[in-house]
Each structure stands twice: as C-alpha cells, then as structure tokens.
Design a protein around this ligand. Sequence first.
Ligand code: 13P
Length: 246
Amino acid sequence: MRRKLVVGNWKMNGNRAANAELLAALKAAGPWAAEVAVCVPSPYLGDVALSLQGDGIGWGAQDCSAFESGAYTGEVSALMLAEFGCRYVLVGHSERRAYHAESDQLVADKAKTALAHRITPIVCVGETLAEREAGHTDAVVKRQLSAVIHTLAHCISQIVVAYEPVWAIGTGKTATPEQAQAVHALLRAQLGAATAHAGEMKILYGGSAKADNAAALFAQPDIDGGLVGGASLKAAEFAAICRAAG
Ligand code: 13P
C-alpha cells in the first residue's frame, strides 16, 4: 500500500508571525497516518526548518533553478534548498509554467537537479479549461510528463507527480473524483511503461482540495494524496485534509 502524502503549497503568502502561528497549530493537530509537508516561500525556509525540525512534518520549496550555481540573478539552487533540509520541491507548477513561461524541458531539468541533491521533486502537470474542452487533457498531461520521463530515465521512480487541472486551481471548482482518477490512472500507466516501480509512486491531486472533498478524492485507487493551495493556509482546514488522507 502506498502511504498517502499531503503537501501544502503556501504560494506567495505568509509572514513570519503568521507562519509561526500556522505551524504551531499544525504541530498541535498532528501527527497523522499520512505523510505531511509544506512548501513555503524560500525566505522562510530557515524559520520553517527550525520550527518543524524533529516534528515529523516535512518542508520544501516551490521552485528551484535548473542550474547548479552561477549568474542566475533571483534564482535559488537545489543545493541551497538542500542546506535547509528541504525534502521536497515543486517543479512545473502551472503558475510557473504560465507566468514564467517554463517549458516542459526546463521543468524536467529542474526535477533532475533536485534529485541530484536528494530532494524529491513534485512534478506538476495539468490542462487548462480550453485544453479540457477541446478534448486534449490526456495529450497535454502525457506531453508534460513525457519530458520528465525522458530526462530522468531510470530515476523517474524517485519523483512525486501532482495532477493539478489549471481550471480547478483557486477557482473553487474541484475535479470530480472520477475525473481526477481517470487522469491519475493514465499518468500511472505512462509511468508504468518507463519503470517497474510505477505502482509504488505517489500521484497527488491538486485544485481546490478542501476538507469536505478530500476524502472522496483520496478514496480513488490512483490518488495518493493532495497538493493543497488555499486550504493549506488555514490550520484547521489543512489538518482536516491531512486526517482525511489517514
Ligand atoms: P488551490 O488548492 O488553492 O486550488 O491551489 C492548488 C494548487 O495550485 C496547489 O499547488
């Protein structure tokens, strides 16, 4: 059985005082049967590492550079994230793909760099509403994942995949459990053609996941947990989602 994983993506939210309050409430609410982690803005990694050290809740970042070091102003390297004890890093979030024009290959290169520093990349894939309506969902997510499979080769089994339909992110529109399961099954089959370990890999769902829809999503056979945005900023709501994954 795959252990469920619930990851909070704080996006560009928070401040030191609010973060401390949120983490204290989360620590008080845990532990959970599921593995839990938060992906926070990079400037807060030091605080978060100190707060969560030894607590069982993991932490990570929301992006990393595809390069090791050098003249890349504004970027944060995987090596730097590793120094702060990051277990995870999101790569290819749809907001990075859309607002920073990240290509499938760049996302794959970021995943490779993260793995080189023993950080598990959570590779995000997902279609826009226009792509879904045009019947292109399967082709889009397969293309996005394919670049990662080709770049990582035999290391592909070390990643976590997150299916995040763009039309469900921050919109209050969640994919139905059946819609999500169909895409997760497709992604697992694609992984299965590349590795014998696809059955052990985690595929998370993200997009308006909340306490009241999490259990139904997590009950699907190929949904191994969630990547949670807005609801991860509220301790009680996020704790309830973690519980639903138990
Ligand atoms: P919401 O949960 O706010 O829809 O965001 C999902 C997401 O983008 C997580 O990475």
